[in-house]
Design a protein around this ligand. Structure first.
Ligand code: A2G
Length: 436
């Protein structure tokens, strides 16, 4: 008898309360702390170690852990590679890695080699070589890797996935998605607060502006593809009966970040001389083995309201996230959009129906609860996660391939087949259930 009470405690619901997962955190900055907060709500975890090179972030994390009544974890972060000492601990079963992008792959590779069940923040890898490192290390060690893509758990996304699985759209044909988020106050700050208040980046800045902005200086490509491509990849069974085959990518000129510096720091500010390589709007078109196309947009350097711009289109009709609208032939008035409200309610995912109320407090409207829940539940059983090493590699590969295409005037770039042919018979994960 498993009973779910209104004040349910996660981890008891599967009758596994006494088998606690021993979790460690590598990186307790803003993102890692968000995961930590959600972990501290659970009854099925111990937090045995944390690592961060910033002592201030360690202090904050320790305080939260103590206040939640958890045992004090071991602390690491004396040097950049101290995380390797954390990985040697026997009392760590699983790790969540939430660090600057250039650390992601090497930390995940080391974690898998140490036999840890590994959760890796987005994006997972920066180069094709790193994508292969993730796949090869997973295969060689047998350790599991989950890419912690929270948008795959967004309520509308899971409802639309439910509709896809129930064939509401018919045979799938075309998708759109992207990361369209005005990040100017994320990419620049005054060295005192994480968001805005100045036009500093790199050493003079804190938090993301310390490292993320360099990717816009040095790389002309879609540096953040997974919030869009991850959810679509699951809808069209990428690496499980389908795969990304090739892409083309084009970039506009780069004016947004420079304009921001001049407007808020003046023409004489040293950063006004910085030349940003990343085009303001980057448009990538992916072709899949099943003959679908996916348009992925990266739009983070200009003023605009947030939208991931999803569109899911098949033989019977389509859903669009912008405008919250849907059209299904035979159900909708001919040639007229319907509001998607009733549809999303009707196909609301079992996970959201069960945990929605609890999840809503967890950050990013609830999806952060679900992504950590999927990670923890998979790690407790040491079974393959819903979003695995092949997914991490295929989705992250969009970045280097888009760079190569842009560099070559939109020339098509082939995706490596990270499954080495197994995509033909790998079965889709069973997404429509109320456990994780
Ligand atoms: O902005 C959002 O929260 C992003 N997440 C996150 O990935 C990060 O880029 C952040 C900026 O600090 C989503 O859009 C889901």
């Amino acid at each position: 008898g498993i009973s779910v009470m209104p004040n349910m405690s996660f981890g008891n619901i599967y009758g596994m309360a006494d088998s606690k997962l021993r979790l460690a955190f590598i990186g307790v900055g803003l993102r890692g702390t968000n995961h930590l907060n959600n972990a501290l709500q659970r009854k099925d975890l111990e937090i045995t170690a944390i690592c961060d090179v910033d002592p201030e972030r360690i202090k904050i994390a320790l305080k939260k852990i103590e206040e939640a009544g958890f045992k004090k974890p071991k602390v690491f972060g004396d040097s950049d590679y101290d995380y390797r000492n954390l990985l040697e601990l026997k009392e760590v079963d699983a790790v969540v890695i939430a660090t600057p992008w250039l650390w992601h792959t090497r930390m995940a590779v080391d974690a898998m080699k140490a036999g840890k069940y590994t959760g890796l923040e987005v994006s997972a890898a920066n180069t094709l070589e790193e994508c292969w490192d993730l796949v090869n290390t997973h295969e060689e060690t047998g350790s599991h890797l989950m890419i912690l893509e929270n948008v795959n758990y967004r309520r509308d996304i899971l409802a639309v996935l439910n509709m896809v699985k129930q064939n509401v759209f018919g045979e799938l044909v075309h998708f759109r998605c992207g990361y369209q988020h005005d990040l100017r106050e994320v990419k620049f700050n005054n060295g005192k607060q994480p968001y805005g208040g100045g036009v500093e980046f790199g050493e003079n800045a804190i938090s993301e502006a310390k490292w993320r902005t360099w990717h816009s200086v040095l790389r002309n490509g879609d540096t953040y593809p997974t919030h869009g491509a991850g959810p679509i990849a699951v809808m069209c069974d990428i690496n499980r009966g389908n795969r990304f085959v090739s892409l083309t990518s084009n970039a506009t000129k780069a004016i947004g970040l420079h304009n921001y510096i001049v407007k808020h720091g003046g023409e004489d500010h040293p950063n006004a001389k910085v030349k940003f390589k990343q085009g303001d709007v980057i448009t990538t078109t992916i072709e899949t083995a099943k003959g679908e196309t996916i348009i992925v947009t990266h739009d983070c350097n200009l003023p605009r309201p947030y939208s991931l711009g999803f569109r899911v289109q098949g033989a019977n009709g389509l859903w669009e996230n912008d405008g919250d609208r849907i059209y299904i032939e035979g159900k909708s008035q001919p040639h007229r959009w319907d509001s998607d409200k009733e549809w999303l309610k009707k196909y609301d995912h079992p996970l959201w129906q069960k945990f929605g109320e609890h999840a809503t407090g967890a950050g990013h409207g609830g999806m952060d609860f679900f992504v950590l829940n999927a990670f923890v539940e998979s790690a407790k059983q040491n079974i393959a996660p819903p979003l695995d090493a092949y997914d991490a590699a295929a989705w992250s590969a969009i970045t280097p391939l888009s760079e190569a295409s842009i560099e070559n005037n939109g020339e098509p770039q082939d995706f490596p087949d990270f499954t080495r042919g197994l995509w033909v018979r790998r079965q889709p994960y069973n997404w429509i259930k109320d456990t994780y």
